[in-house]
Design a protein around this ligand. Structure first.
Ligand code: F6P
Length: 192
């Protein structure tokens, strides 16, 4: 049966510094996850021949670097664009753009960063990805938190407005198996 595997990139330098966005490399822990990922995927997928989809940002490609499968990069899988807030911590955003910080808190799905995107924008740009996923077999997607929340909500049949609150932790492989009665989920947490 066809399955879809999802993983965030390993912990990045920006994750450690609590900064959003950017194009930073993996931290030492993130690199450990990249090293363990082939074994975790094998445990979950067996000998199935997967295709790996990453974003164009280096942290997703670094995470996928040891996987022995064909890889494809999609710009549409890049992280939600935080516009003028790219590279800031949430504390810095609250201090510099208090009204934006509150507006996002009030409506996280609709809120669009100045010069950037909202969750709704991400859902729309993911449409071709979702269509292609429905057509393909056995894809492993290595991408970013906000993007994975939207893909996850779609396959779990959760209203898209709830995607900003889906739990997609670091260093966890999620396997989705669409079934007649709903999608079956298995999560494997890496031991690092
Ligand atoms: O902190 C990691 C990150 O992927 C950021 O790059 C991104 O802006 C954020 O998570 C999305 O999460 P939230 O919508 O909860 O701010």
């Amino acid at each position: 049966p066809r399955c879809i595997w999802l993983s965030r990139h390993g912990e990045s330098v920006y994750n450690v510094e609590k900064k959003i966005g950017g194009d930073s490399s993996l931290s030492p822990r993130g690199l450990q996850y990249a090293e363990k990922l082939p074994e975790i995927v094998r445990k979950s997928a067996g000998d199935v021949n997967l295709t790996v989809w990453t974003s164009t940002l280096c942290r997703t490609q670094q995470t996928a670097q040891h996987l022995p499968y064909k890889q494809l990069q999609w710009k549409a899988l890049d992280e939600l664009d935080a516009g003028v807030c790219d590279g800031m911590t949430y504390e810095e955003i609250e201090e510099k753009y208090p009204e934006d910080f509150k507006a996002r808190d009030d409506d996280k799905y609709e809120y669009r960063y100045p010069g950037g995107e909202s969750y709704r924008d991400v859902v729309i740009r993911l449409e071709p990805i979702i269509m292609e996923l429905e057509r393909q077999e056995n894809i492993l997607i290595v991408t970013h938190q906000a993007v994975l929340r939207c893909i996850y909500a779609y396959f779990m049949n959760v209203p898209q407005e709830e995607s900003p609150w889906m739990s997609i932790p670091l260093h966890t492989l999620i396997r989705l198996e669409p079934r007649a009665y709903g999608t079956e989920v298995t999560r494997i947490k890496a031991d690092i």
